[in-house]
Design a protein around this ligand. Sequence first.
Ligand SMILES: C[S@@+](CC[C@H](N)C(=O)[O-])C[C@H]1O[C@@H](n2cnc3c(N)ncnc32)[C@H](O)[C@@H]1O
Length: 372
Amino acid sequence: MSEALCNRIVNRIETNGPMRFGDYMAMALYEPGLGYYVNGLHKFGQTGDFVTAPEQGQLFARALARQFDALAAQIGPDWTLLELGAGSGALTRDLLSNLDQPPARYLILDTSAALREIQAETLSVLPDELRSRVQWIATPPTEAFEGVTLANEVIDALPVSVFERADGTLFERAVTVRENRLAWARIEPATRLVEAVAALQSRLPETLREPYVSETCLELGGWIKTVTEPLSRGLALFIDYGYPRAEYYHRQRSGGTLVCHYRHRAHFDPFVWPGLTDISAFVDFSLAAEAGAEAGLELAGFTSQAGFLLALGAHEFVDQADDERERIRLAAELKRLILPAEMGEKFKVLGLARGLNGNIPGFDLASQHHRL
Ligand SMILES: C[S@@+](CC[C@H](N)C(=O)[O-])C[C@H]1O[C@@H](n2cnc3c(N)ncnc32)[C@H](O)[C@@H]1O
């Protein structure tokens, strides 16, 4: 699998010259039949490469369900939930099982056909009445809806461009072939990248030091606009690992934030086993919030995953456990979700709203929007 993808990448580089990193990441993750997210190999959970919050157990979904029930109370029973990048379908299943007021329509938009099949299998345990509310869609709905747009760990999988500042010059980092291996190369930066780096630099408190390597997602603004466009009233939630801009481009983070996962090991070499290794980048949440503002959404809140889940009372589920064994299991799950050294602080929640009056309970405890 990886060999076939490698050959395709190498052929393309030999024909066209060094490949921009964003194009390489897009091939490594999404090349039809071969890319990491589309090749049908197992990725999620203890036997895969990484464990996302919904894969830990039901606490994450149960807390989110409280947030969405509060919204459904405002919007009414005919609400829609659009989930982007549903992975194994665990979050879909557990949201539908735990919502007091399930959405009238639960739309899933996922670019991976292989994962869409796995999602359908995961949802087969649901009663027909709930399962029949789920529809898979290939593009965001053209008709407006009221409700929720949700993306957990999706933005980190959007291809990024890598830039390097050195010797007073801005370079774009590309992928070449050297001694029969994929390797980094410097090329002249694309105009869009030059503009994006200038824009981020103008919003930073100090000039980027040299040498400095980092990345930015040129597609993020367009993607957020597209996926939130149909939301006529409601909340868009983006949950992911990331930082506000000043922390993302801090002088000490001079090597960028690219991170790869293979069988629960994190490493930083995106050229190892393309197609078998997950490649991701942290999210610049300031950029995401600005994209939301450009798309006409209001900032509803920004906080850590720990702050969000605790505001929704995730800890109460531990005390409500049926027996001691379950209580211990839930306490361990909660710790993984909220402790600072686990997912609690690294993961953030960005809420963007349109036309809502009431407060958003998840941001009640510890809103950090001033950090954006
Ligand atoms: C890291 S997984 C997260 C899965 C799930 N949300 C979870 O929390 O377990 C990323 C998911 O996003 C999907 N994906 C990647 N790019 C996407 C895009 N542009 N639009 C929709 N889904 C996308 C992948 O196929 C995969 O299902």
